[in-house]
Design a protein around this ligand. Structure first.
Ligand code: ZN
Length: 254
């Protein structure tokens, strides 16, 4: 290559590199671990958009990494295409503006966790300004209520799993059991193993699911969680059996 050609080529490469370089301070950064961490330069979760609405905006806990915001908004939008005209995905707490501990959560500290309301058969949305918590409970006395929209919640889990970004989804044990059975019923038990494996049965998740994503690329101070090993956790269950629930307080997993 002639020197001036090389020089021009290097100039183009430099220009492209500089043009695409993220402004470090402007990109949200997950720091530390889910239950011991913080959030730098957070992205705001939008108050509403296609297929979703933010609950409790007055709590000021709608901050996260861009990866988390993008995943929820993309999936919510795709869900509308699959199931038009129904209630929106109701998004509850993410993280505080700079992350850190927020009661009553153990995690939600570094912009990688979000609480989402399960889809409902009655398609009602709760008043987003109501601050007293999530109003609909989907498991009562160890039984799924009729208001849990099984096909739509199963489609939601598949969409999250398909992103490849999800670390875990905490759900009630009865809800995991329900989705194990649904996967078998619709012939997706083999092909959707990851969608089931990521579901971790945990206490106090009868009114919401807890989405947790992996450390995004370009977040060098983010501490990863150990991957969920083994099979889907449904293999050895008979249809009436509820998978063992992780106790909330004694668990380091949450
Ligand atoms: Zn949560």
């Amino acid at each position: 290559m002639k020197p001036y050609v090389a020089w021009i080529a290097m100039g183009i490469v430099q220009f492209v590199v500089l043009a695409n370089a993220p402004a470090i301070a402007a990109t949200a950064q997950a720091v530390g671990y889910y239950s011991k961490g913080s959030l730098m330069a957070p992205s705001d979760f939008p108050l509403q958009g296609k297929g979703f609405i933010e609950l409790f905006p007055g709590r000021n806990r709608y901050y996260g990494t861009q990866a988390l915001v993008d995943l929820i908004t993309d999936v919510a939008s795709n869900m509308v295409d699959l199931f038009p005209g129904l209630e929106r995905l109701q998004v509850a707490d993410l993280s505080a503006p700079h992350g850190g501990a927020i009661a009553p959560h153990n995690s939600h500290q570094n912009g990688l966790d979000a609480d989402l309301v399960y889809y409902r058969v009655d398609h009602q949305e709760q008043d987003p300004s109501h601050t007293q918590g999530l109003e609909e409970v989907f498991v009562k006395k160890g039984k799924l209520t009729a208001n849990f929209d099984i096909p739509r919640n199963w489609a939601l889990m598949k969409a999250f799993a398909a992103s490849g970004r999800v670390e875990r989804v905490f759900v009630d044990g009865v809800i995991k059991q329900t989705l194990c059975n649904e996967a078998k019923r619709v012939g997706e038990f083999q092909t959707q193993e990851e969608s089931l494996r990521m579901l971790r049965p945990l206490e106090q998740h009868d009114n919401h699911l807890h989405l947790r994503i992996r450390c995004p690329e370009g977040n060098p101070e983010c501490i990863a969680q150990e991957e969920v090993g083994g099979d889907s956790g449904c293999q050895s269950l008979n249809p009436n059996e509820i998978p063992p629930t992780i106790p909330l307080r004694s668990s380091s997993e949450f």
